[in-house]
Design a protein. Structure first.
Length: 202
């Protein structure tokens, strides 16, 4: 059994390695998005409601981001499969017990005005499982990565949610390319993904 002892000095060291320019650019984009939300609701009732709601989720997301940075990757590698399987389970359950909004069954209603969208969690789980698949024969590695991506995309398409599916396909292609994948497999995946998106967009 593996144990991970995280010392404050190690946490500080990992945080110092973050690219400050990228973090600054990210903060500007986030604040710009909040400004757009406010201006879109400025003429309505309670214009700050959605802006403050967005800010609250941004705080939660920032905390999750910092947690992901300070935790060792070995721990994430160990959690990759359980988190991926959990995301698949949630994607299946939402098809039967989810709330239908704008013609898409993709949310669990946790309370009054509080919703959980499994496909958002599936994005993180898929990226994590893809980044842990390595070694062995290249064709076998590609098939493993593609199988994980196809299963997630298929369940999301059943909601149906084409936008999230395109994001998942892009995530798969990006991870495979960055990990040194073959261009032939990459091209095949790109064509297949484009055809799938075109078919479901009709």
């Amino acid at each position: 059994m593996m144990h991970y002892n995280i010392r404050p000095a190690q946490m500080g060291s990992r945080l110092k390695k973050l690219p400050l320019s990228a973090m600054a650019a990210l903060c500007v984009v986030i604040l710009w998005g909040c400004l757009f939300i406010y201006t879109a609701r400025a003429g309505g009732v309670s214009p700050l409601y959605f802006t403050m709601r967005q800010m609250a989720w941004l705080v939660c997301g920032s905390m999750a981001f910092l947690l992901a940075v300070v935790l060792p990757f070995g721990l994430w590698r160990k959690l990759a499969v359980p988190l991926y399987l959990f995301s698949i389970l949630m994607l299946v359950l939402v098809l039967f017990f989810g709330k239908k909004i704008y013609g898409m069954t993709g949310w669990f209603e946790l309370g009054k005005g509080v919703y959980f969208q499994p496909s958002e969690f599936a994005k993180i789980a898929l990226l994590l499982i893809l980044s842990t698949i390595r070694g062995g024969q290249e064709s076998l590695r590609f098939l493993k990565m593609a199988a994980c991506a196809v299963l997630t995309c298929f369940l999301v398409l059943l909601e149906p949610d084409l936008g999230t599916t395109l994001i998942l396909i892009t995530a798969f292609l990006t991870v495979y390319y960055v990990s040194g994948g073959r261009y032939l497999y990459l091209f095949f995946s790109l064509v297949l993904g484009a055809l799938t998106a075109f078919f479901f967009a009709l």
